[in-house]
Design a protein around this ligand. Structure first.
Ligand SMILES: [Zn+2]
Length: 144
């Protein structure tokens, strides 16, 4: 059963009635109307402070959700088109690993380069897209 999460408002949904499956377009969020839901293999419960970054198959930012500004100081328009590795810093970088191998990476301790130039410790969960287009969902939350 497919699970979906809205990168904008973090609404989780399950395709119980198959409505999403009938559409040839990417399913839209029923709560906030954002036109792109991310399909996950398993349900995922983001922390309240989690911010999502949606990337294409090369790691370029397509959209950001609630919480990213609070974490990084960047607005969505500051980040669109940029390589997410410019702000998510680690060696080896879990972004590269997730994209290259198509594997989930959970609880990755990384540095977040904020707009103010700080290097903030955060925890990242990375979900490669299940569809053929590729892409990556990056969930960032403050390290406790
Ligand atoms: Zn939504």
């Amino acid at each position: 059963m497919p699970h979906y999460i809205c990168p904008k408002c973090k609404d989780r949904s399950v395709d119980l009635d198959g409505v999403e499956g009938f559409s040839t377009q990417a399913p839209a969020c029923r709560r906030c109307g954002f036109g792109f839901l991310f399909e996950l293999m398993d349900d995922y419960y983001p922390a309240p402070s989690t911010g999502f970054v949606v990337c294409d198959q090369e790691g370029r930012v397509l959209a950001t959700g609630k919480g990213v500004f609070e974490l990084s100081g960047y607005k969505e328009e500051d980040l669109i088109g940029r390589d997410v590795k410019e702000i998510v810093d680690a060696d080896p970088n879990p972004v590269s690993v997730a994209l290259e191998w198509g594997v989930r990476r959970l609880d990755q301790r990384v540095g977040l380069k904020t707009r103010a130039g700080l290097h903030k410790p955060v925890v990242a969960d990375l979900f490669p897209a299940l569809d053929d287009d590729g892409g990556l969902l990056v969930a960032l939350r403050p390290a406790s």
